[in-house]
Design a protein around this ligand. Structure first.
Ligand code: CO8
Length: 299
């Protein structure tokens, strides 16, 4: 009851939250999809919110991932973004979160749909994607989006000095999402994964490059994110141009076999524990504090 009263009080008294709710409704072109030759391109297009995605936008991303998976004639799916961040993770002012009866915000009925089902589905879509999955990473990545980023095959970063990964779940009263509890140690090593998940510390671009997460970086040399995205598109499409498509796709399946068991296990364990956290009520309060800048991340 205390948590419910606190949340209700905070929501109704937060000018920041009302401003964010107001500005969120105009997002028609928030996540974009296009097919260019043999590549499906998904673009996060909410630069004013650092490409933080609300529940509807993560759903849209998932539907585009399904479409890209089934797209005839493509070999690659490229995830790219706009502005200065790749993605600031879940939108802390999501009206799916803020605009509901506060009593509902502590129930199984609410979180099984809004959290458990959504995260399992989205994580599986990224893990099971059949095409070469590439990310053109224009800037930092946070939260659930970092979990999803760790499931792509190839990572290209514009500027190492501006890039970091943040998995701030411990600062939000949450646990790892998007199978990050399995992928972070696989891609960064145990020590860096522990720093990321246990201490909620950002992992710098240099560290990510040194441990082999990043295929290539460009020293921030492009004038715009669009120019950088274009370069990544060109480089990867040139790289697979003369290769045998079916061999590429079968090799992807073979590579993936090695990780399936631990990704799928992490996915189900994470959402069970995450559900417990939402029912306990800590993240709801932390999200409001974050929106009001009463809680900050280590960056
Ligand atoms: N949600 C909504 N808006 C955001 C978010 C976000 N996650 N991040 C940034 N913004 C907005 C800011 O409110 C600001 O908007 P405005 O200009 O209208 O005030 C704009 O983007 C620019 O942000 P800042 O001014 O804060 O930029 P800084 O460079 O000073 O700081 C940071 C950048 C460090 C990224 C800071 O914005 C921040 O800490 N953002 C929050 C990141 C975060 O915690 N994301 C959630 C991670 S957890 C997760 O993804 C899984 C949760 C599952 C939820 C399931 C719910 C159903």
């Amino acid at each position: 009851i205390n948590s419910i009263s606190y949340l209700y009080f905070s929501l109704s008294n937060s000018p920041k939250v009302s401003k964010l709710l107001y500005t969120m409704s105009d997002e028609e072109a928030d996540v974009l999809y296009e097919v260019r030759d043999r590549t499906a391109i998904i673009t996060f297009n909410i630069p004013s919110k650092l490409n933080a995605l609300n529940g509807e936008q993560y759903l849209k991303l998932g539907k585009f991932m399904e479409r890209a998976n089934e797209e005839e004639g493509t070999v690659m799916t490229l995830i790219q973004s706009t502005g200065r961040f790749f993605s600031a993770g879940a939108n802390f002012a999501d009206n799916g979160l803020m605009d509901v009866d506060p009593q509902l915000l502590f129930t199984h009925e609410y979180w099984l749909g809004k959290f458990v089902a959504r995260n399992v589905w989205l994580t599986n879509l990224f893990n099971d994607h059949k095409k070469i999955l590439v990310a053109a990473v224009n800037g930092p990545s946070i939260g659930l989006s970092t979990g999803l980023l760790m499931l792509v095959d190839l990572v290209y970063v514009h500027d190492l000095s501006k890039f970091y990964l943040l998995a701030p779940f411990a600062n939000l009263g949450l646990v790892a999402e998007g199978a990050a509890s399995a992928t972070l140690f696989a891609r960064l090593g145990w020590s860096k994964a522990s720093e990321a998940l246990l201490l909620a510390k950002p992992i710098s671009g240099a560290d990510c490059y040194n441990v082999g997460l990043i295929n290539k970086h460009y020293d921030g040399k492009f004038k715009s994110t669009e120019e950088f995205n274009q370069q990544v598109y060109k480089e990867v499409t040139d790289a697979f141009e003369n290769l045998h498509e079916d061999s590429i796709l079968q090799n992807k399946q073979l590579l993936k076999l090695n990780r399936d068991q631990y990704i799928n296990h992490a996915n189900s364990q994470e959402v069970m524990r995450g559900l417990g956290k939402w029912l306990e009520g800590v993240p709801q309060t932390r999200f409001v504090q974050l929106a009001n800048k009463d809680v900050k991340h280590k960056i």
